[in-house]
Design a protein around this ligand. Structure first.
Ligand code: GLA
Length: 689
């Protein structure tokens, strides 16, 4: 039997560590500025009221074939009756190409695969904008990239307006009145409360994208006042921050009339059965989004048709969306880039740096079917160590020994300075794209402060010294360090998402670069859904991960910047008893994040994030690897794509570009619709009708 009895913290060990430790100041160094890389287009900054408002219009329109084939035939009520009393109206002045025309398809290509349609029950739909498009949420943040900084606040969406009580502890929200699910059922507070009571507040359910009670602040309550009014009660005054948590992906209610009968509280189902009650084959799931899934062919395609009850219009009263159909080809993420550039696909977030040179070359040609536009450096990767020392993910002895190492600062520092970030970045792509990323907030984003960023440059010798100091010697001379006292080789598994070449390339780079440090890092490469499940269950020693919006915008996903709750953080969650064993510096990060959430004073916020950045990087909370810009690739036939749309800021570009108001001018429309002149059928029934 192998011996894994290593634990840090014994008095003798601490003594020897401090004697051998290299003084911290010798390990830090000057952080090089990222290479200049100008974004290729800038947003036109506007106010929320310039983009949209809620109001009744004198008349409404829809595609002619909807009227003639459905309304006139008596199978669908007239458009005015399908719309809410006051629909969301997009203002023409903010539409880059103005009022659109109906028709055509946006052909997405994605690398993910659908688990099913129960988003709030925790199922993934395959990503790449599918769930973003199906979900409508209380508020909306994607388009905020074009909102004036001093007016930054989430856009009203399903919540069309709200008021704060005088003491700021209560927030009353008004839902769009008379909005309907895509099958015609009323959307109201029953849907909202079903999401809150039976998903957020039910610890047995983990909605996709990770909404938990702490996402909305500890002790927060929500109640329905009437069919269209909800009231939040917070512990703090004016926590405007939570308006961001009410956007995608943490407050997008599901259709309670369909889901409720399957939920364990209202049925004999187990939670697992509930989660899986709506498999990908289930067609016409009611949504509030602009398109409804009507066809699914495994490993081939998901087709969506326009939602006849969609509750948004343009200023002429044309019911949106303009595009009749959406395709999601089930392929690979790399193929998404290739097809978008070639014109057989329509859209890609160019984010895998390995494809940049080729994509740029092809799109520079005059005949190129797609435009390619780079934004800021908001794609970032980190090596994250599992910091739970008390059982999250049920580690065996070996894994527990690794957890103990992970929780040691000298160990994290050693790993960090054993990595040559310059080389890691260049192994993906040469040129001015990648930048050395020490971890924490990204250079170039609002709250980043270089002076508060502690950088430990590449220094393999010092890294080896640190591990020697921890008593990790290669006692059996096989090139791999052993745990102290005749322990086994230090073997660490590295989880990464095999759906993305960039993820596995970076993971392989990390593995290779840590060999001279005497650590045996073993690949655990899993495809998307399996990886996500293992990550969420804490079944990993280390992982290489592409990071979320919280490190870009800070205001979106804020609660996840530190373990502010038992199930909220990426690499440190509670054990089965709900206990979270935070390290002292993590407690500080949690306090800072909680403070950030409850102040709206900009100077104070900036100061809080400086402290956050310093504590994060000083303690190598995660090992930053590289950060680089992404580019939006979109076929040239599409109109109304906002200038300066980033592929990732508050949300992904699929939300940022406001797809429901994107259109194709008549003379450029292609004949891509697979189910022309059809609408979604009965929930659970066969295909479109
Ligand atoms: C995946 C893709 C991203 C984006 C998101 C949207 O993660 O890699 O580019 O499309 O899905 O959910």
């Amino acid at each position: 039997m192998r011996k894994h009895t290593y634990a840090l913290g014994g008095a003798g060990l601490l003594l020897s560590v401090s004697m051998l430790a290299i003084p911290a100041q010798e390990l830090t160094g000057e952080l090089p500025d990222p290479p200049e890389f100008a974004a290729q287009s800038e947003p036109i900054f506007v106010s929320v009221g310039d983009i949209q408002e809620f109001k009744a219009l004198p008349e409404y329109h829809e595609p002619d074939w909807v009227t003639s084939k459905y309304v006139d035939a008596g199978t669908l009520p007239p458009v005015a009756e399908r719309l809410p009393k006051e629909p969301l109206v997009y203002k023409t002045a903010n539409m880059p190409d103005g009022i659109g025309v109906y028709g055509d398809t946006m052909r997405h290509v994605i690398g993910g695969r659908p688990e099913g349609w129960n988003y709030i029950g925790g199922q993934a739909q395959g990503w790449g904008g599918i769930d973003i498009g199906l979900s409508e949420c209380l508020t909306r943040t994607g388009p905020l990239f074009m909102i004036k900084a001093e007016e930054l606040e989430p856009l009203p969406n399903l919540a069309k307006g709200w008021e704060w009580s005088e003491d700021g502890k209560q927030l009353t929200m008004h839902l769009v009145e008379g909005a309907k699910w895509s099958d015609g059922d009323a959307f109201d507070t029953e849907d909202v409360m079903f999401y809150w009571d039976d998903h957020i507040m039910d610890p047995n359910v983990s909605p996709l994208n990770g909404g938990t009670p702490e996402t909305f602040g500890q002790g927060t309550t929500l109640e329905a006042i009437d069919a269209y009014t909800i009231k939040w009660t917070f512990q703090e005054a004016f926590p405007t921050q939570y308006l961001y948590a009410m956007a995608y992906g943490t407050f997008c209610p599901g259709p309670s009339h369909i889901l409720k009968p399957e939920h364990p509280k209202y049925s004999d189902n187990t939670y697992e059965q509930y989660k899986n009650a709506f498999p990908p084959e289930y067609m016409n799931i009611p949504v509030m989004g602009a398109w409804v899934p009507v066809e699914y062919r495994p490993d081939d395609i998901i087709v969506m048709r326009r939602n006849p009850y969609y509750w948004k219009v343009d200023e002429n009263g044309n019911q949106l969306p303009y595009l009749n159909e959406m395709h999601y080809r089930l392929s690979t993420w790399t193929d998404r880039d290739v097809q978008a550039v070639a014109g057989s696909g329509d859209f890609s977030n160019l984010e895998q740096a390995e494809s940049y040179v080729e994509a740029l070359r092809r799109s520079a040609e005059d005949s190129a079917p797609a435009r390619l536009q780079f934004g800021a450096r908001t794609i970032g990767y980190a090596l994250q160590m599992n910091l739970s020392g008390n059982g999250w993910g049920e580690p065996d002895d070996r894994a527990q020994s690794v957890r103990d190492l992970n929780r040691n600062l000298d160990f994290r520092k050693a790993v960090s300075i054993a990595l040559d970030r310059q080389r890691l970045g260049e192994s993906l792509v040469r040129g001015p794209f990648t930048a050395i990323y020490p971890g924490g907030l990204y250079a170039g984003t609002t709250y980043y402060d270089k002076a508060s960023t502690v950088y430990y440059p590449f220094n393999l010798e010092a890294a080896n010294g640190l591990l020697d100091g921890l008593g990790l010697a290669d006692t059996d001379a096989n090139g791999v360090r052993n745990f102290p006292d005749g322990g086994a080789d230090v073997e660490i598994t590295l989880l990464a998402n095999s759906d993305y070449g960039t993820d596995t390339n970076l993971a392989e780079g990390v593995m290779a670069q840590l060999e001279p440090l005497g650590l045996r890092v073993i690949a655990n490469f899993q495809s998307g859904t399996a990886r996500d499940d293992m990550a969420a269950a804490g079944q990993f020693d280390w992982q290489v991960a592409r990071q979320g919006a919280e490190l870009v915008s800070v205001v979106q996903g804020t609660a996840a910047l530190a373990p502010t709750g038992p199930r909220i953080h990426t690499f440190h969650r509670a054990n089965a008893d709900g206990e979270l064993d935070l390290l002292p510096f993590e407690e500080e990060l949690v306090a800072l994040v909680n403070k950030f959430v409850t102040t709206s004073d900009n100077a104070e916020r900036a100061d809080i994030m400086k402290q956050y950045q310093r504590i994060f990087t000083e303690n190598v909370y995660s090992v930053g690897l590289t950060q680089y810009p992404g580019a939006l690739i979109i076929n040239k036939r599409f109109a109304n794509i906002p200038a300066g749309s980033p592929i990732m800021m508050f949300n992904w570009a699929e939300d940022n570009i406001i797809r429901e108001r994107v259109f194709v001018p008549e003379d450029r429309q292609g004949s891509y619709e697979l189910h022309p002149e059809t609408l979604p059928g009965e929930p659970g029934g066969a295909g479109p009708v």
